[in-house]
Design a protein around this ligand. Structure first.
Ligand code: ADP
Ligand code: MG
Length: 190
């Protein structure tokens, strides 16, 4: 049973690496961004609410996001472990996740921090925009999301660092190279 988070700025490769880790460790990867985007696409009430924030590169409010994660972590497929991608992004979300897990008698095993410099991130996201056409992958919105990461999410890393559970991985390089680094940081044989 493994309970992990992957954290890093937009474009660091969280989604890319989360897929590899979840396959290798046989745990479910949960991306809050993907869940929101699916709801936006499906026109659900949650999606309609979330869209206003996401399109502008802002965070969906903590209360909405925390409730969504609480519901998701109550599902059966999470029982063998999980890898959260894109959550928590604020200090209040760290508290909420602690509460959600404590209520189940659980806690986090590790936090994987993926790093890359801003210029690399912008370049990757502009390229992703060509492929996926995400509404929040324009240069202006990307810069705003990076600023928000530095302002709001760096503190999340700091809080987990105090607990001594952060494993930092350089996200620059070929995808497979980064995966090897990630797996060795998790003490998994590639
Ligand atoms: N190691 C890498 N080198 C180059 N491009 C990468 C790498 N990892 C991911 N990418 C690309 O960068 C973009 C952002 O990756 P993604 O996994 O969606 O990041 P995040 O979920 O952290 O925002 C994607 O288009 C992906 O193909
Ligand atoms: Mg992502």
């Amino acid at each position: 049973m493994t309970r992990l988070l992957i954290i890093g700025p937009p474009g660091a490769g969280k989604g890319t690496q989360a897929e590899k880790i979840s396959e290798r460790l046989q745990i479910v990867a949960i991306s809050t961004g993907d869940i929101f985007r699916a709801n936006v696409k499906g026109g659900t009430p949650l999606g309609v609410e979330a869209k206003k924030y996401i399109d502008a590169g802002n965070f969906v409010p903590d209360s909405v996001t925390n409730n969504m994660v609480r519901d998701r972590l109550a599902q059966q497929d999470v029982k063998d472990g999980f890898l959260l991608d894109g959550y928590p992004r604020t200090s209040a979300q760290v508290d909420a996740l602690d509460e959600i897990l404590a209520a189940q008698g659980q806690k986090l095993d590790g936090v994987l921090q993926l790093t890359a410099d801003d210029n690399e991130l912008v370049a990757r996201l502009l390229k992703r925009a060509e492929i996926e056409g995400r509404a929040d992958d324009t240069e202006e919105v990307i810069r705003h999301r990076l600023a928000l990461y530095h302002e709001e999410t760096q503190v999340v890393v700091d809080r987990y660092e105090e607990r001594g559970i952060v494993r930092k991985v350089d996200g620059i390089g070929a995808i497979d190279e980064v995966t090897d680094r990630v797996l060795s940081a998790l003490n998994v044989n590639a």
